[in-house]
Ligand binder design. Structure first.
Ligand code: SF4
Length: 291
């Protein structure tokens, strides 16, 4: 029995905390729910801007895609041609699209809210083609990496597959994948443990159902840590995500979108030789009238 001098207590939210959370319903939300709420709010804002055609960036864009940022490091003039003249389908692009569709085989569609919840769950989760969107230095960035493995809310490895005869990734591949890292960070994820894996896969491996599993197993088994791993038909380049490097890449790329400079063409004639715009591009050595 309780005497008049005794009182009972139990763990409960403080009264002030409770009052504040009523004033500010966000306080009641868990970390992942707040993060998701912010993400949806940015997404809604960008969609509204696109609808109102209020894009303030070059080509009246409201956002910059990670793939375009990467493209700028291949040839900025080509990114401009794609926006002004439209994309031209090529055999290489068709193969890439087909191969990426195959990578999605065996995955299941999940609602955004359920995915976020799983990301912060105890078990590792693979998110394939997760749409990323965030602000960076007053511009909106967007991207869709092939896969990200998360554990307890931490993004651990971004996977980016490239189907090519080359076994070495180029700078634009690193730029694209690092931009995904900035997106994740600016969406509120803690990227301190983040690595990225660029998978240089043989084009013939697009039909190999084992490719996906072998790559994942090799990267997870290795740590992940900085390494170059080899599977039957791919070489995997695993790097630690470096925020400073990623920001430097992005800052240069954003200058173009803010119209601070004209598009810079590549100086590599080999790139022009295989470029689908080489007959129209005034910077191409193949354009008639040029010596
Ligand atoms: S032709 Fe050369 S400079 Fe022109 S867009 Fe293509 S790669 Fe760039």
């Amino acid at each position: 029995m309780t005497s008049v001098n005794e009182t009972h207590t139990h763990e409960a939210p403080g009264l002030l905390e409770e009052a504040n959370s009523r004033k500010n319903p966000r306080k009641r939300l868990s970390k992942w729910e707040r993060q998701l709420e912010d993400y949806i709010s940015s997404l809604t804002d960008v969609v509204q801007r696109i609808k109102r055609e209020e894009g303030e960036l070059r080509f009246s864009s409201s956002l910059i895609k990670a793939s375009d940022v990467a493209g700028q490091y291949f040839c900025e003039k080509k990114v401009e041609m794609e926006h002004l003249q439209g994309k031209i389908e090529t055999e290489r692009k068709a193969l890439g699209t087909e191969a990426h569709e195959k990578l999605l085989e065996g995955t299941i569609k999940i609602k955004r809210r359920d995915l976020w919840k799983k990301i912060y769950g105890k078990r590792p989760v693979f998110a394939w083609e997760m749409p990323l969107l965030a602000e960076y230095n007053a511009v909106v960035l967007a991207g869709r990496p092939d896969a990200i493995v998360f554990e307890r809310g931490f993004p651990l490895v971004i996977f980016e597959y490239k189907f090519s005869k080359s076994r070495r990734p180029f700078r634009d591949h690193h730029v694209q994948t690092r931009t995904y890292g900035i997106l994740l960070r600016n969406m509120g994820f803690d990227v301190r443990h983040l690595f990225y894996a660029i998978v240089m896969a043989d084009p013939g491996a697009k039909d190999d159902r084992r490719l996906k599993r072998e790559v994942i197993d090799a990267v997870i088994k290795s740590g992940p840590k900085e390494s170059v791993l080899t599977t039957e038909n791919a070489r995997i380049h695993v790097s630690k995500f470096d925020q400073t490097e990623a920001e430097q890449d992005l800052d240069w790329a954003i200058g173009f979108w803010k119209s601070e400079r004209d598009a810079i063409p590549t100086r590599n004639p080999n790139k022009c030789r295989s470029c689908e715009y080489n007959k129209k591009c005034d910077a191409s050595p193949n354009v008639k009238g040029k010596d």
